[in-house]
Design a protein around this ligand. Structure first.
Ligand code: PGA
Length: 253
C-alpha cells in the first residue's frame, strides 16, 4: 500500500435493487466505525443510485456506477450519461469491467471514451483491466495488461487524486475463488506504476490508486493490500454482506 489512503470499492453487480440498496446502506451506517481505515464506496446498479444517495449522503461512504455511456446525449437506448451520474453525486464510475467486455463487447477503445466522459463530469473512473487464463498461462499478462492501459488511457490526463483509479482484475480470479497471490498483484501493480510514471511522470503516477480485484475477501485482503503498489480492492462476492465488509475494513486498519 502506497502513501495514499486505500480504497475499498464494493461492486454489487446485478445483486441489489433500489430498496435493498437503501436498507443495506442504512444498516451499514449503524455499524460503521467513526473513522475509516479506507475510503469506502458502493458501486451499485444504475437504478439503485438514487437510493444510495438517499441513504449515504452526509456519511463517509461514497457511491458509484457500474458503467456509463461514452456519449453525452442522443439515440442510445438504455444508456446513462456521465452528467446524470454527477447529478446523483456519484463519486466513481467503473469502466471496462470484464463482464461488460465479455457480454457487451466493450473494447479498450470504448473504455477510453468512457474514461474521458466521466472525467469531464468530475467523476473518478475506476478503469478495469486484466488478462484471461490463457494469457496468464502464456506468461504474457504484463504486456497484455499494459497494452490495455495504453489504449484506454490514450489522451487521458491526470490532474489530481480524483482523476483515475485503475483496478487490475485477472479474469481467471473473478468470482472463481482463485485469488492472485500478493506477489502476482504486486508484479502487475509495479508494472502499471512504471507505465504511469513513464507516461505522466512520478508525481502524477503517485496520484493514481491501483486496486486489485478477483476473489478478495476478509481472509486475503490484508496480504494483498499490504504490497507497495496495491492501494485497495474492488470486491464482488464478499461485498454483499455487511459483516464481511466490516471485516475487510478492519483488516485494512
Ligand atoms: P469477485 O468480483 O470479488 O466476486 O471475484 C470482483 C469483480 O468482479 O469486481
Amino acid at each position: 500500500m502506497a502513501a495514499v489512503k486505500p480504497l475499498l470499492a464494493l461492486n454489487w453487480k446485478l445483486q441489489k435493487g433500489p430498496r435493498e440498496t437503501f436498507e443495506w446502506s442504512r444498516k451499514l451506517l449503524e455499524q460503521l466505525p467513526e473513522e475509516l481505515s479506507a475510503d469506502l464506496a458502493v458501486i451499485v446498479p444504475a437504478v439503485s443510485l438514487q437510493s444510495a444517495q438517499n441513504a449515504l449522503s452526509s456519511s463517509l461512504v461514497a457511491w458509484g456506477a457500474q458503467d456509463v455511456s461514452a456519449h453525452s446525449k442522443g439515440a442510445f437506448t438504455g444508456e446513462t450519461a456521465a452528467a446524470w451520474l454527477a447529478e446523483l453525486r456519484c463519486k466513481y464510475a467503473v469502466i471496462g469491467h470484464s463482464e461488460r467486455r465479455e457480454y457487451h463487447g466493450e473494447t479498450d477503445a470504448i473504455a477510453n471514451q468512457k474514461v474521458k466522459a466521466v472525467q469531464a463530469a468530475h467523476i473518478t473512473p475506476i478503469l478495469c483491466v486484466g488478462e484471461k487464463l490463457e494469457t496468464r498461462e502464456a506468461g504474457t499478462q504484463v504486456e497484455y495488461t499494459l497494452r490495455q492501459l495504453e489504449v484506454a488511457l490514450d489522451g487521458v490526463e491526470i490532474t489530481d487524486e480524483g482523476s483515475l483509479v485503475i483496478a487490475y482484475e485477472p479474469i481467471w480470479a473473478i468470482g472463481t475463488g482463485k485469488t492472485a497471490t500478493p506477489d502476482d498483484a504486486e508484479q502487475m501493480g509495479n508494472a502499471m506504476r512504471g507505465f504511469l510514471t513513464k507516461k505522466y511522470g512520478a508525481d502524477s503516477s503517485a496520484k493514481v490508486r491501483l486496486l486489485y480485484g478477483g476473489s478478495v475477501k476478509p481472509d486475503n485482503i490484508k496480504a494483498l493490500c499490504s504490497r507497495q503498489n496495491v492501494d485497495g480492492a474492488l470486491v464482488g462476492g464478499a461485498a454483499l454482506e455487511i459483516d464481511s465488509v466490516l471485516a475487510m475494513l478492519n483488516a485494512l486498519n
